[in-house]
Design a protein around this ligand. Structure first.
Ligand code: FAD
Length: 470
């Protein structure tokens, strides 16, 4: 046994320390580059050891000990990140929190649920559905991600245009700080007692603390839904309809608009040539109907073809399906990637055009849609599909694609990531993206984690002084 394994078994007990063979499994998340590494038998970001915590005290003990001995710890929820976020940059210990997976309390009067941070999304949603409630947080990865992971990546679900991202849906949480101390953030329905300190940990990707318990809003399940599909001749008309819909105060729970390449997939029709929009309103029937009618008055100013509800119903049934990307990545040389960004309404078309031009030079198919919308702007989500001679070529192309896409994103004033976060793939762009705000992030990290033990090197923090592992 290695000295590190010995020490951890002494500290936590042998049932908390996974066998050596498990390290391989924690060397890959859902980042397509990691899929290409796996195909090639490479694991450059492999932990030295994996600890699976079963109670909060395990995490407190581990962090306190690692801080003293300056050993790197990288938290792991369910490993569904698509950016390399839970992969350790400097080896050390991966801390799997999936053993903390209980539902602690459901409070119907206050409409909140409290769970341990390793609770899987689909299990929680199913427990709530049995009582007639829902999270209204529905990422495509609902069945492969945890509540703690959602907070740590600032995740957002497919219905966010009405219900908001996780930062709006979270009420409070517990965090173990890098020195092992347990801290509770409880905001009630709203709080004006100093800055909202929760945001130091929301989106921190495991660099500031380990989230152990989460309280989220819940909602009665909607009794009424209106679904409708529209086809536009061009992209700009549809973008205008999205903008006006949000700026008139309407809140569709579903608002997705696809470029022609992705419309063919969305419509399951290889001959489809237009841009399709999927719309959905829900809630009190009279309110949903009224919102739908106002939205109708907006789209009727444009040339649109009405396609009814069937295409959207089909999408709702298959909305967790990721098999197109998964199947391509499994193939030798198969290349598939997803990149999401955001911009204000007055900048999104230019960013889109320049990204399409830059990415088409890679000889790949570029599917694109706008799916999380706000009065001020929208997300842009691209799915890139292609083929290379072998996995090494595909890996190299994926990394070039990211460099190109992030460069265009920043050069056109867009936001570096809308919801997949930074991970490994975007870490070198964070300083530029945050600009003068980076000094605050640096200083918070220095105070909370002076020994740079938690997820060293992530979020563009301390890039040149990552610590050595045990
Ligand atoms: C098919 C597919 C579809 C997806 N769709 C969406 C989508 O619709 N919306 C969306 O937002 N994302 C989506 N994602 C990305 C991913 O699911 C999210 O980033 C998710 O929030 C990650 O949760 P996780 O529990 O798997 O965390 P992990 O991937 O294990 O970890 C993510 C990051 O959070 C940190 N972390 C995890 N748990 C904790 C904790 N308890 N305390 C502190 N740090 C922690 C890790 O160190 C890492 O930096 C998708 C991914 C896939 C594979």
């Amino acid at each position: 046994m290695t000295p590190l394994r010995d020490s951890l078994i002494n500290l936590l007990g042998s049932d908390r320390v996974l066998p050596e063979i498990a390290c391989e499994q924690y060397a890959y998340d859902w980042w397509p580059v990691a899929a290409k590494w796996r195909n090639q038998g490479k694991s450059p970001l492999r932990p030295e050891i994996v600890v699976r915590a079963k109670e909060v005290a395990d995490i407190q003990k581990l962090l306190g000990w690692a801080n003293t001995h300056r050993i790197a710890i990288t938290p792991w929820g369910a490993g569904s990140s698509v950016t390399g976020a839970p992969l350790p940059l400097t080896g050390g210990i991966t801390l799997d929190i999936s053993g903390l997976n209980n539902t602690i309390a459901i409070n119907i009067q206050n409409l909140i649920v409290t769970v341990e941070a390793g609770k899987m999304g689909h299990i929680l949603e199913s427990e709530l559905n049995q009582l007639g409630y829902t999270l209204n947080h529905s990422p495509q990865s609902l069945d492969r991600s945890t509540a703690g992971g959602w907070l740590s990546t600032r995740a957002t679900g497919q219905f966010s245009s009405k219900w908001g991202g996780i930062e709006q849906l979270v009420v409070g949480f517990d965090v173990v700080l890098p020195n092992g101390e347990l801290v509770t953030f409880e905001a009630g329905p709203r709080m004006a007692v100093g800055p909202d300190l929760r945001h130091v940990f929301i989106g921190a990707e495991g660099t500031m603390g380990v989230i152990t318990r989460v309280t989220l809003q819940i909602f009665p399940q909607s009794k009424h839904r209106i679904l409708h599909a529209l086809a536009f001749d061009n992209l700009s008309d549809g973008i205008t309809v999205m903008r006006e819909t949000m700026q008139r105060g309407l809140r569709p729970f579903l608002l997705r608009f696809y470029n022609p390449a992705e419309s063919r997939y969305a419509m399951r029709d290889t001959g489809f040539t237009k841009c399709v929009m999927f719309l959905g309103f829900e809630g009190e029937p009279s309110i949903a109907e009224a919102e739908f009618r106002v939205c109708q008055s907006i789209w009727q100013q444009f040339t649109v073809e009405e396609l009814g509800s069937a295409p959207v119903e089909r999408w709702m049934q298959h909305r967790f399906d990721f098999s197109t990307v998964e199947n391509i990545l499994r193939r030798p040389g198969g290349l598939a990637e997803t990149i999401e960004i955001a911009h204000y309404w007055d900048g999104i078309q230019d960013t889109f055009d320049r990204l399409m031009a830059a990415l088409s030079t890679f000889g790949i198919e570029v599917l694109a849609h706008f799916s999380h919308t706000y009065p001020q702007g929208t997300s842009l989500y691209m799915i890139l599909l292609g083929e290379r001679a072998n996995d090494a070529d595909a890996e190299a192309t994926l990394l070039q694609i990211w460099q190109t896409a992030m460069r265009v994103t920043l050069d056109t004033g867009a936001v570096l990531s809308h919801h997949h976060g930074v991970g490994v793939v975007r870490k070198d762009f964070v300083r530029e993206a945050l600009g003068s705000a980076m000094i605050v992030l640096d200083q918070i990290k220095d105070v909370l984690d002076p020994n740079n033990v938690l997820s060293p090197g992530k979020l563009g923090l301390n890039p040149d002084q990552t610590i050595q592992s045990g």
